[in-house]
Design a protein around this ligand. Sequence first.
Ligand code: UDX
Ligand code: ADP
Length: 457
Amino acid sequence: MKIVCIGAGYVGGPTMSVIASKCPNVIIEVVDLSQERINAWNSDFLPIYEPGLSDILKESIGRNLFFSTQIEEAIEQADIVFVSVNTPTKTFGKGAGKAANLEYIEKCARTIRQYAKKDLIVVEKSTLPVRTAEAMEKILHSGESPYHFEVLSNPEFLAEGTAIQDLLVPDRVLIGGRQTESGIVAIEKLADLYAHWVPRERILRTNTWSSELSKLASNAFLAQRVSSINAISQLCEETEADVGEVSKAIGMDERIGSKFLNSSIGFGGSCFKKDILNLVYLCRQYGLNEAADYWDQVVIMNDHQKDRFIDKMIKTMFNTISGKKVAILGFAFKADTGDTRESPADYVVKQLLEEHCEVTISDPEALENAKKDLGERKNLSFEKDPYLACEGADATVIMTEWQAYKSLNFEKIYTSMRKPAFLFDGRNILDHLSIHQLGFNVFPIGKPSYVHELKKV
Ligand code: UDX
Ligand code: ADP
């Protein structure tokens, strides 16, 4: 059997590496339009940072796993085609800022139709609005192609930073397809592939639309938890409550559970916001305005959390940050990834630059992406070494919960900073009291601030 995966990104690369490692008899070719990306996959410098990826990749690359830009030839030989291309939110026209841009998906469907040489199973892996499979089917079956294309929805639930583990031991694998004879055969064929390493009872079969909607809904539920605890963090800052204590107390209720209750500067990443906006758009299309407003609020709360953080910085630093120097520790949207898509740090940095701050960004893995995202700008610099980034700064801001930041020598950092020295912990990862005792004015999220020279805020 030959599998082709169109799109060699954060989803396609890790997913195919794991399938190749678990199914050595299956030939897998991952194709992409970008020669640069493919070259990187074929080198020692992978295009994405993901713990454990390089080891698992090495098992199969050149054996049954190949990366290339030969899209047409690959499709000609394929039995199953996974579509794993990016589906950003539309930036123009109808649904701009809300609906998904399906341009890349459509292009893939047309390419598959044009080059297929036999009946094919086409698997949607990208996160897509409900009923995209239907649109794909229509494109695939339009025109003259003599072949039958069975479209399946097989959403990816991996989280960046833990992608390999999530793929190796998934909570569930979801396969949606048409409830017809050929649809069920296709679902079973894909289920057999996963059954090489996933227990059968964890492989769920549903109809296509349930599968597509489950992906959007799962991400909306997770994001909603983060927005819920962030809403509580705002109340904590106005009272004597500590969001860490509240979160622990809530999470110990087994009905609620403890995950995704860490208050933060806000969620980022390529999925949460995009998927919720998709959900909102869908609800509105069906006239479900209350449901749309309900989910919309999760994004509104997330945006507000970032604005509040910036407002607090300005207010505590004597109502002006113009000309002040700020060190941003962390630009990735979460730890253990180099991905910066929708990173809260991006928004914060842009706002600080608007205020004429001098900003230095540091990050162990995301500096190259940060440079691409922000380009050359006045008052902006990049510095891999966190100690150098903080030198002469008025404020140090933790934006990503990198493990390495927890064990920085804050005494050394304090000594090198301008005084009064401020520390804003956007991820609540530090021991605030002991850092305060070194001399810092410390501002966590949803917890008491520790202030020396200033009035309590
Ligand atoms: C998410 C889903 O978890 C995954 O199943 C789906 O396939 C893709 O989208 P990802 O975006 O990679 O994965 O990361 P995730 O771990 O979900 O974190 C998303 C954002 O929420 C990050 O910015 C993270 O820092 C933030 N977050 C998460 C919090 O602020 N608090 C938490 O308690 C958990
Ligand atoms: P994701 O997080 O969904 O994996 P990425 O942006 O990391 O998203 O990866 C998507 C990849 O899909 C990119 O490398 C992009 O070049 C590729 N791509 C987009 N459209 C096509 C297409 N029509 N054919 C082949 N590759 C494509």
